[in-house]
Design a protein around this ligand. Structure first.
Ligand code: MN
Length: 305
């Protein structure tokens, strides 16, 4: 049985109650404003503003209220951009982003996430936004919830694998390959449904992306938009960014436990010192299990020794 949750303003809830007048249940239930029962769907409006649609026709019924819930997104801080489709932030979008590219220790995590327009208000209500505005515990908690709510495809490249690929795939080509793969797999997962738009948090000029994606076995054929700070334009990119950052944090924590040394994120002097410590313990071979060796940090650490 499918279910959909919308976030409704008090005025939308009143409108709903009037609309479902003939279907209202007489039973008073705590924390609810009203419950309406139609043939294939039950509508429960909570005092919190959440409205739950349950049953075979849940999706169809929720669609009636789509424009009203879009209203609540309009008041959000999301931006628009003339080079992107008009009203992008209100559309069903497949977005992708990556994390770990700039960190010496830890994996490279790429995630594609699909957010339908009916879910935008709910995600906004949950606090999904630019992951740079969120604390690590918030990110971990949000990622857990998002993974249950939306279709996504996460790809994690361990430092060891990264070091093996890196001589043939430069960092940009590797990211292109991973975004392309994550998007392609997610499109397969959600098929036959298709997103209104695809959006990548831009990490390289579009011409570069097109150049490298042609070298892939299965380049995604759909039109893709690119924009920097993508999480400011659609919650799908924000969701992808949260899921990939959570994965990065978890992997880095697990690696620290395994090694018995706390691995810092980033690529600063702390990373050099930690790398020197690992070199002392097990040489370049051990370091290559945890760090992206082509970073300048490797040489700095060798000098420190
Ligand atoms: Mn990004």
């Amino acid at each position: 049985m499918s279910h959909i949750v919308l976030q409704a303003s008090p005025s939308t809830k009143q409108k709903m109650k009037a609309y479902y007048q003939k279907n209202l249940s007489a039973k008073a239930v705590p924390y609810t404003d009203f419950i309406a029962k139609k043939q294939d769907v039950t509508i429960t409006a909570y005092t919190s503003g959440k409205v739950l649609f349950q049953g075979a026709s849940a999706e169809k019924e929720a669609q009636i209220w789509q424009n009203d819930t879009v209203q609540s997104i309009k008041n959000s801080s999301l931006k628009s951009n003339p080079k992107l489709p008009e009203n992008l932030r209100f559309l069903s979008v497949l977005g992708s982003d990556e994390v770990g590219n700039g960190s010496y220790f830890g994996p490279l995590c790429v995630c594609a996430a699909y957010v339908k327009k009916e879910q935008l208000a709910l995600l906004q209500e949950m606090g999904v936004r630019d992951s740079k505005e969120l604390t690590d515990p918030q990110i971990l908690q949000l990622a857990k919830k998002l993974k249950q709510l939306i279709p996504y495809q996460l790809l994690v490249v361990s430092p060891k694998k990264y070091n093996a690929i890196q001589p043939t795939y430069n960092a940009v080509r590797m990211k292109v390959a991973l975004h392309n793969q994550a998007i392609g797999l997610l499109l397969q997962k959600i098929a036959p449904e298709k997103p209104d738009t695809l959006l990548i948090d831009q990490f390289t000029p579009e011409t570069n992306y097109q150049k490298y994606v042609k070298l892939e076995q299965n380049p995604v054929k759909e039109k893709i938009y690119f924009v920097t700070k993508g999480e400011k334009y659609h919650l799908a990119v924000a969701a992808a960014s949260i899921i990939s950052r959570a994965s990065f944090l978890e992997e880095l924590a697990a690696a620290s436990t395994e090694l018995g040394i706390t691995l810092p994120s980033g690529a600063g002097s702390k990373s050099d010192q930690t790398a020197a410590e690992i070199l002392k313990k097990g040489g370049l071979e051990l370091l290559g299990e945890y760090a992206k060796l082509h970073f300048a940090n490797t040489q700095k650490a060798q000098k420190l020794l």
